[in-house]
Write a protein that binds this ligand. Structure first.
Ligand SMILES: O=C(O)CCC(=O)CC(=O)O
Length: 263
């Protein structure tokens, strides 16, 4: 386990530097930690070095009560990239992780070779939706919303066929700290990256699961249309977290995007 102190808070990360030419940086979604990338990272490690980390308030990283929006989440990743002396990377971001990736694309474009934006948008939801969710979690904790979240994360057939796995992911969500979760909801609520996304010039792959109920096919297509050098792909049968419910399909798309034939 590796930890770094970034301006007084601890971020948990895993840096697998095998001296490869390429590096993948993965950014996880709301209510998850970096373990969601395990299968994808294992498949991509023969091609690139791998940086995984738990964003603040998630996994083993500190909760930072004075977090103020997506910029603070982006600061953590930027610091990690700089401290580890990563010159160029391919950023793979899921949902809010994809929003953080968009912020980084505007801040440090010279360090980003390509962007993979999974099940994300330039704006997710609206203020009333996020305020209702925050209120429910403040009052009754994450177990109040976790069954509903599983229905958005995973397709009906995946939930039926993988009951044990879904229970495990529900545990992951419920064990996220309430404050860490709420701070992330606030950051998503307050972010509108429409203008920023339209300025991205980095080659980008936008991916969505056909059954994603959090960021739908049309919503992610809409993001892809904003980004000039962008490709749009749908993973059939997948929900909001394709790195869990169909990592093979996700890896195949990433390999084809980086011009490397998959095995
Ligand atoms: O997954 C995220 O990072 C934010 C989008 C969301 O609301 C996911 C969910 O349905 O809980």
């Amino acid at each position: 386990m590796q930890f770094i102190d970034i301006n007084g808070h601890i971020i948990h990360y895993q840096w697998q530097n095998t001296g490869k030419e390429h590096t993948f940086v993965f950014i996880n979604s709301l209510g998850t930690d970096y373990r969601i990338w395990t299968a994808v990272a294992e498949a991509l490690q023969e091609y690139g070095n791998i940086l995984l980390f738990d964003k603040r308030g998630h996994g083993l990283s500190d909760v930072v009560p004075d977090t103020n929006g997506l910029a603070d989440f982006a600061n953590d990743v930027q610091t990690l990239i700089e401290e580890l002396k990563i010159k160029k990377c391919i950023i793979v971001g899921l949902s809010v992780g994809g929003m953080i990736a968009q912020v980084l694309a505007s801040r440090i474009p010279e360090k980003i070779e390509k962007l993979v934006l999974c099940d994300t948008r330039h704006k997710i939801g609206n203020a009333p939706i996020w305020n209702d969710r925050i209120k429910a979690v403040e009052k009754e904790g994450l177990s109040r919303i976790s069954d509903g979240v599983m229905q958005r994360w995973f397709s009906e057939s995946f939930r039926k066929e993988n009951k044990i796995q879904v229970t495990g992911y529900k545990n992951m969500l419920e064990r996220t700290t309430t404050l860490g979760y709420i701070k992330t909801c606030e950051a998503i609520r307050d972010a509108d990256l429409t203008e920023l996304a339209s300025q991205i010039k980095i080659p980008t792959l936008c991916i969505v699961g056909s059954e994603d109920k959090s960021t739908t096919v049309n919503e992610v297509r809409n993001l892809s249309e904003l980004i000039k050098d962008s490709r749009f792909e749908i993973i059939q049968g997948s929900g909001h977290i394709p790195c869990v419910d169909n990592p093979q399909a996700l890896v195949k798309l990433i390999y084809s995007f980086i011009d490397r034939p998959s095995k």
